[in-house]
Design a protein around this ligand. Structure first.
Ligand code: C2E
Ligand code: MG
Ligand code: MG
Length: 747
């Protein structure tokens, strides 16, 4: 065996060889040199000896180099060294070993933890020195510190966690943190050893959680659930629970349960959800409002569009009848004329005016008038072709634009309209007929633009009126001149009365039987300073159209009756004064009152007046006409039908007229000598009148032959050039005076 190194120098003092002491020493030396701890022998605060481990611990290369080193060099500072001395020596002096863990200092200056065990060689005498065993526990100490820190941290976590932490074994609480107890309202330690059933609300829940958690926990997985737990006071706390086995392979080690009170969170979530719903509701409401706004906007746009369409419609159509108005007609005519020009095709314009429409309004009111216009418009529209335009100009005037129509085509349409106008319109209780007067102008002969064509058609229409109405006329250049005259006359008429341009002439009506002048007919004359004498046949239709007939007619009545009164005052015997009454006059609502008033004013009995009406008064509205006649009849005024035979009065109608006399139109009388038909008509009229108890007066009797025939047939009276022309009042005065003395004509 090799000799042991004499680390502490113990052997130097030992004599050799092979004594038991020597062996002991050797053994000690071996022990020292191989000890895992540092060993030092100090005396008088100096290193006397130390082992190699000691040198290593303090950072010295050899133990020899430490011999003589001061012992305070191994301590952090002198204060620490002294403090150790003060703590250790009383113990050492008592013969006890002194153990302590302290910070020591290595040669390089770094501090480290060491465990010191010191003892005195001789407690009786400290001067003999001490032996210290030093263990470098720096690593161990640090590991311990880390472990302690970790444990401490865990404990802090455990104690201060904001979640409840519970350790269960066999579903019994082995440990829990303060938070868990607080959460459930228990005192610290109160739940120790309790079954977890304690904080469940019922058995079923508890068992259910037990079963559900078993699987995951045994597989090392986490079990998570949201549970309602029961607090000590019985109230409920909603918790989110997570659990895991401490060691899945060792079920007996139990499990840890982390429990978090989510009541508030749930409340917050509920509040959040509520807010979310509220937000959703508000958004939906806004969306709804928005869609309503959008809808309103659409409606607005729709209304605007409708308004625009309505505005366009009003600007282009007649609101009453829905027919195109003049504006639209002008537009369509322009297009139609341009097309006709391009294709060299004809085009016709018909101007249509309803005869005496005004009287409907005057006698039956505007409502009936409007309804009649609508009915007429519908009928007109139905009668023309698709691409023809029927336009209402206003009032009772219409224009028809007929592209492609020549004279024949236009005449066909006009005839169709005349034909259709014979069918009565049923408006309320009224059965009305309404005849049109029409004028036709043709493109391109009469004009190449709409204005010219419509003016020409208007002139031709006027001609139809003058020619007796209820007919149509084509425009001719002569008409232009005539219509200018009509205009001239109309203007002149307005001032004729005030300027005293009117006068009356009187034509006698003789009783055939007695040969006496039974009555005279007042006939109007107009003498204009520039235009000369104008025939009533020309100016009366104009006066009717422009309404002047009313004041003029009243003037005639007053003048004629005043004349009769004057003659009678002078002793003349004259049964009646016959006065012509225009249909326009006849339809004025106050006519009976006016007549009565005039008769009263003048002071004549009503039967002194014989009113001559034409059949035309009863054409449009027979019932109203009969009512007026009845009223006049009731006043005592005599009524005669003038120009009988030219109108449309039917026998049945005639029967209902409260008339006194028929005046046979001169057109039948004129040809009595040559025309057998006329003779037949005249004798039929006379017989019919007799049957009805009516007087008859034949007009326009110019020859003795005519007179004789009429006499044979039993006609009661005659009027004509043969017996007397229309003459001024003074001449009539003489005639009447003469009659007083002789009466020779009828013998
Ligand atoms: P009327 O009422 O039929 O009058 C008879 C017309 O025949 C008168 O024409 C008269 O001059 C004419 N006449 C009389 N005897 C003969 C005859 O033997 N041969 C011919 N060829 N003619 C004869 P006048 O005066 O030109 O009047 C024309 C029409 O004017 C009248 O026809 C009447 O409808 C209307 N008229 C005349 N005066 C008035 C008036 O004061 N008021 C109204 N509303 N109409 C009147
Ligand atoms: Mg007459
Ligand atoms: Mg007549």
């Amino acid at each position: 065996m090799p000799p042991l190194p004499d680390t502490l120098g113990l052997l130097k003092s030992i004599p050799s060889p092979d004594t038991s002491l020597e062996r002991t020493l050797r053994e000690q030396q071996a022990l020292l040199d191989n000890a895992g701890v540092g060993i030092v022998f100090l005396r008088q605060r100096m290193v006397v000896r130390c082992n190699q481990r000691y040198a290593e611990i303090f950072g010295y290369e050899t133990h020899q180099s430490l011999v003589g080193e001061k012992s305070d060099a191994f301590h952090p500072d002198r204060a620490a060294f002294r403090a150790l001395g003060r703590a250790a020596y009383p113990v050492l002096a008592a013969g006890q070993p002194y153990r302590v863990e302290r910070l020591m200092r290595r040669r390089c200056g770094t501090l480290f933890w060491a465990r010191l065990t010191g003892s005195l060689l001789n407690p009786e005498d400290t001067a003999e020195g001490s032996i210290w065993i030093i263990d470098d526990i720096d690593d161990q100490r640090q590991a311990q510190e880390q472990l302690d820190a970790a444990v401490w941290e865990k404990q802090v976590l455990f104690d201060h966690a904001m979640v409840g932490i519970v350790f269960l074994r066999d579903r019994r609480l082995t440990r829990c943190n303060n938070h868990f107890e607080l959460m459930l309202g228990y005192e610290p330690g109160e739940l120790q050893g309790c079954l977890s059933r304690r904080w469940y609300t019922n058995d079923a829940d508890w068992e259910d959680v037990g079963q559900r958690s078993q699987g995951p926990l045994s597989q090392g997985l986490a079990f998570a659930a949201e549970l309602k737990l029961c607090k000590k006071d019985g109230s409920i706390v909603v918790c989110e629970v997570r659990s895991k086995a401490i060691d899945p392979s060792q079920p007996n080690n139990g499990s840890v349960w982390i429990t978090m009170d989510i009541t508030e969170r749930q409340q917050a979530q509920a509040a959040l959800q509520h807010m979310h719903h509220e937000l959703e509701r508000v958004v939906q409401q806004r969306t709804h409002e928005l869609s309503e706004t959008v809808e309103n906007l659409h409606q607005e746009i729709h209304n605007r569009r409708q308004d625009q369409e309505r505005i366009y419609w009003l600007a282009h159509y007649d609101p009453l009848t829905g027919l195109p108005n003049r504006t639209l007609l002008a537009e369509r005519s322009r297009d139609a004329i341009a097309a006709a020009q391009r294709s060299h095709t004809p085009l016709a314009v018909i101007f249509l005016d309803l005869d005496h429409f005004k009287h409907i309004n005057d006698s039956l009111g505007h409502r009936v008038g409007d309804a009649l216009l609508v009915a007429i418009a519908n009928r007109l529209r139905a009668l023309v072709r698709e691409n023809d335009t029927v336009c209402r100009l206003g009032g009772d005037e219409f224009i028809l634009l007929l592209p492609g129509a020549n004279a024949n085509g236009a005449a066909r349409v006009a005839n169709k309209l005349l034909e259709a106008s014979r069918r009565a319109y049923q408006i309320d209780t009224h059965e009305l007929t309404m005849a049109p007067s029409m004028g036709i102008a043709l493109f391109p002969d009469d004009g190449v633009d709409f204005d010219t064509l419509s003016q020409c058609a208007d002139v031709a229409m006027y001609r139809s009126k003058l020619d007796g109405r209820n007919t149509y006329r084509f425009f001719t250049p002569q008409m232009q001149a005539q219509s200018l005259r009509a205009l001239l006359l109309e203007n002149a008429l307005r001032r004729a009365l005030e300027r005293g341009q009117f006068s009356l002439v009187y034509q006698p009506q003789f009783c055939i039987a007695s040969g006496e002048i039974r009555s005279v007919e007042a006939l109007l004359r107009w003498s204009h300073p520039e235009l000369g004498n104008i025939s009533p046949a020309e100016f009366i239709p104009i006066a009717e159209d422009c309404g002047q007939i009313l004041p003029i007619g009243e003037w005639v009545l007053r003048t004629a009756l005043a004349q009769l009164k004057s003659w009678r005052a002078q002793g003349m015997v004259l049964e009646t004064m016959a006065v012509n009454l225009s249909a326009v006059q006849f339809r004025q609502p106050q006519l009976p009152e006016l007549i009565t008033q005039i008769l009263t004013d003048i002071g004549l009995a009503p039967d002194s007046l014989e009113l001559e009406l034409t059949e035309g008064v009863a054409v449009e509205d027979p019932r109203a006409a009969i009512a007026t006649m009845d009223q006049l009849h009731a006043c005592g005024v005599r009524l005669a039908i003038d120009d009988f035979g030219t109108g449309y009065s039917s026998l049945s109608q005639l029967k209902r007229f409260p008339i006194y006399k028929l005046k046979i139109d001169q057109s039948f009388v004129r040809d009595l000598g040559e025309d057998a038909d006329d003779r037949a008509i005249v004798s039929a009229i006379i017989r019919m009148a007799q049957a009805m108890g009516l007087h008859t007066t034949a007009e326009g009797v110019e020859t003795q032959e005519q007179m004789n025939f009429l006499h044979e047939q039993g006609c009661s009276d005659v009027q004509g050039y043969l017996c007397g022309r229309p003459i001024p009042a003074e001449q009539m005065h003489s005639l009447l005076m003469h009659q007083r003395t002789e009466s020779t004509l009828f013998t």
